[in-house]
Design a protein around this ligand. Structure first.
Ligand SMILES: Cc1cc2nc3c(=O)[nH]c(=O)nc-3n(C[C@H](O)[C@H](O)[C@H](O)COP(=O)(O)OP(=O)(O)OC[C@H]3O[C@@H](n4cnc5c(N)ncnc54)[C@H](O)[C@@H]3O)c2cc1C
Length: 405
């Protein structure tokens, strides 16, 4: 057990925490900074369980934090990868409409993308779609030639190296369980000892609300975990998808719908769907953490959401347990797929903030309380946006805590 002192403690060694730690040390090299991560390794939750897409900024409301940080963050990420020899692939993506009813929403996405400054967007017909993705069908599609893929765990490890190179420390197996404020410092209790910090930046992902509550910040909005399962396309069928094939998303939800994604290792992932996870870090269909499940089910916001969307919720659950239903959703875009082309794949759990009114919080949320700053909602595309979110966090830290910029 060791007790440590520092100027800034960053809670959470996912991509947002590590990018923020890096940015703060670039600006304030004189400060002592510690990253506290509860797992034995960094990037083991959302950052290590995602689609690996470098989003280009199509979906997000113009002017929102998501739109601004995604477009800027993508450019920064690509420059960073170039400078650090991290492989990525701008393989392009199509968002495909399969019936007339989806066309206005597709048009709307095109307009949003243009307003957000996404380069190279093109509305295409079925023939051009076939040229780009020979096995895909649709009546119209939005083509984004600069959407790409990367391994975010690798990017995070590189951010961690930057932190260490600037004398920051990353303390793994340091779960923050209690926060106490006294004598102008925050005392963060972990099983491996107490860390005293002048400032605390929390980037705790699936536990963002719990850490906020520990520090005396409001417990709302609460995090509700939504699991997404993937299948993997059989290796000998990988030629059926060249880049990324996405549906036109349902605008009522922040999730993008099951899609086809090329991975950096050449695999094609199919998914993820979105169902309530029965544990915040419940990656398996049958993983249950009873207190966490009860916490979600008894939250007023969840009751309102469930009442509004019970039918969609049940359909998603059914598709989660029925491989045939999952296949059917995919066949809408690639009809030549067969059931035995789908092999079991990994899963991820999204940390989605939910308001008391049952509204899924759409934009990124960063706020501060005393000398603690909390990232309260950083779902997709926060991995793409991480370097831009880090700048936002550093700006907010400087402004809110009076640090000289
Ligand atoms: C299925 C899925 C697909 C996605 N696809 C994409 C995509 O293609 N492109 C994209 O840009 N984004 C995507 N995302 C979103 C992206 O992965 C997240 O937005 C991003 O990883 C968030 O990073 P984070 O650092 O905030 O959270 P996390 O990576 O979850 O990190 C939070 C960290 O905090 C730690 N922690 C929590 N509580 C404590 C505590 N008390 N003490 C110490 N440590 C603690 C956790 O162990 C964890 O390591 C996807 C997400 C999911 C789940």
């Amino acid at each position: 057990m060791t007790d440590r002192r520092c100027d800034i403690a960053v809670i959470g060694g996912g991509i947002v925490g590590l990018a923020s730690a890096r940015e703060l040390l670039l600006r304030h090299p004189e400060m002592k900074l510690l990253v506290l991560e509860k797992e034995p390794k960094i990037a083991q939750h959302q950052t290590g369980h995602n689609s690996g897409v470098i989003h280009s900024g199509i979906y997000y409301a113009p002017g929102s934090l998501k739109a601004r940080t995604c477009v800027a963050g993508k450019q920064k990420l690509i420059r960073y990868c170039d400078e650090h020899g991290i492989p990525y692939n701008l393989c392009g993506k199509v968002i495909v409409a399969t019936d007339e009813e989806e066309l206005p929403r597709l048009e709307n996405l095109y307009e949003r993308g243009r307003k957000n400054g996404v380069p190279g967007l093109e509305m295409i017909g079925p023939e051009r779609l076939r040229e780009i993705e020979p096995y895909a069908v649709g009546i119209r599609a939005l083509y984004s030639p600069t959407t790409g893929i990367v391994d975010y765990e690798q990017v995070s490890c590189s951010f961690a190296n930057d932190v260490r190179a600037r004398d920051g420390e990353i303390l793994t197996s340091h779960e923050v369980r209690r926060i106490e404020e006294r004598d102008g410092r925050y005392y963060l209790e972990t099983p491996a000892g107490t860390v005293a910090a002048r400032y605390v930046i929390s980037c705790a992902g699936l536990y963002a609300d719990k850490v906020a509550e520990m520090s005396g910040a409001p417990s709302v909005p609460r995090i509700v975990p939504f699991r997404g399962d993937y299948y993997v396309l059989r290796r000998d069928k990988s030629h059926m998808v060249r880049g990324m094939i996405y549906p036109v998303p349902d605008p009522r939800f922040p999730f993008l719908g099951v899609h086809f994604t090329l991975r950096m290792n050449g695999e094609i992932w199919l998914g993820p769907n979105a169902v309530l996870a029965f544990a915040r870090e419940g990656y398996g269909r049958f993983d249950v953490n009873l207190p966490e499940l009860m916490d979600a089910l008894t939250y007023r916001g969840f009751g309102v959401l469930a009442y509004k969307f019970w039918r969609v919720g049940f359909e998603e659950m059914y598709r989660d347990y029925s491989k045939i239903a999952f296949l059917k959703a995919l066949q809408r875009y690639v009809p030549d797929l067969h059931l035995d082309d789908l092999e079991p794949g990994p899963s991820g759990v999204r940390a989605q903030a939910l308001g008391l009114d049952g509204e899924l919080v759409d934009d990124f949320v960063v706020n501060h309380n005393g000398r603690t700053l909390h990232v309260r909602n950083a779902p997709s595309p926060a991995a793409t946006s991480s370097l831009a979110i880090a700048e936002l966090i550093a700006d907010t830290t400087e402004r809110a805590f009076g640090l000289a910029g």
